[in-house]
Design a protein around this ligand. Sequence first.
Ligand SMILES: *Cc1c(COP(=O)(O)O)cnc(C)c1O
Length: 390
Amino acid sequence: MTELYQPETLAIRAGSVRSQFGEHSEAMFLTSSFVFESAAQAAARFIGEEPGNIYARFTNPTVSMFEDRLAAMEGAEQCVATASGMSAILACVMGLLQAGDHIVASQSLFGSTVNLFNNVIKKFGVDTSFVSASNVAEWQAAVRPNTKLFFLETPSNPLTEISDIAAISAIAKGCGALLAVDNCFCTPILQRPLALGADIVIHSATKYLDGQGRVLGGAVLGNRANMAGVYGFLRTAGPTMSAFNAWVFLKGMETLKIRMDAHSASALALAGWLEAQPSVARVFYPGLASHPQHELAMRQQTSGGGIVAFEVKGGKAAAWRVIDETKMLSITANLGDSRTTICHSASTTHARISPEARAAAGISDGLIRIGVGLEALVDIQNDLARGLNY
Ligand SMILES: *Cc1c(COP(=O)(O)O)cnc(C)c1O
């Protein structure tokens, strides 16, 4: 199916399997276990001689439909669904690495991913070196004989820095490491990392795949050999996606293409409008010609995506005023929702790092991040204009 249909068609049709009842919408199988016809069938299922469901920690038809749909969209051989985006990253590392291995990771990662690498994985003997998301030479320089995994997000949060997936993949291949890309901000509608050379794709389905802020979920995708390790960890350790959440994602994905197109179109228009505001010092958005990596972004992505960051003149006080003067926008660090979200990165998502480290990362006190939603653009602009024109 992958080769024959467009992404928006795959988002609606791929992976769907009908039960004996002929339902049109995918069925939700809320059952913890499955029964067998005989002792011999149970035995054949357990040792993998006969395909089929066993127990919902590692097999469920609704979860399988979600996995097959996302795999088709990313062009992956296999997808392993997980309980959250963070458990997808944990399953990736636990399934593929062992004590003594080394990770090279972008320093512009989701905060909990940095914590996972620094404070959890490290305890089990896997060290991580952090390098610039956009400086390819730093990736090469950080390689050690025991480097097994490269890990990045592009565009990065909140400054929308772009990593060159093809160039970094070439370095990973040169040293025998796997490249994992967290594709949460783009989804396969805007960017397909495997086609650009990545080995593994990670998702927080919690964001755009659901798109309406309802449930948590994640996924790891790649070839069958790599996914065998990830699936083995999931089967044993159990950070499993629930059937209910898989069903919510299946419904959410049906509108993914039109939502991503609308998020991107509004974000581009909002970014342009922000650039024209006298109280705005700088706008970060990959779809803008002023973005330092605009050309690379447009080679990797079909559009700029829904995340816009901007710096207001006047530091923290001015940034907080813009946020507090809004009446409609949701003040939250979440993103990928039909509702537009706004947050002050320095005092929320990046509050636990030192002011010096924040400055080095380019996250100033005047920086605001917006997850552009699906409301009318003019209403989003009016809500921001109050604080910007204060
Ligand atoms: C939210 C997020 C995660 C973590 O996902 P959860 O579903 O909240 O566990 C990982 N990576 C990125 C880029 C995210 O935005």
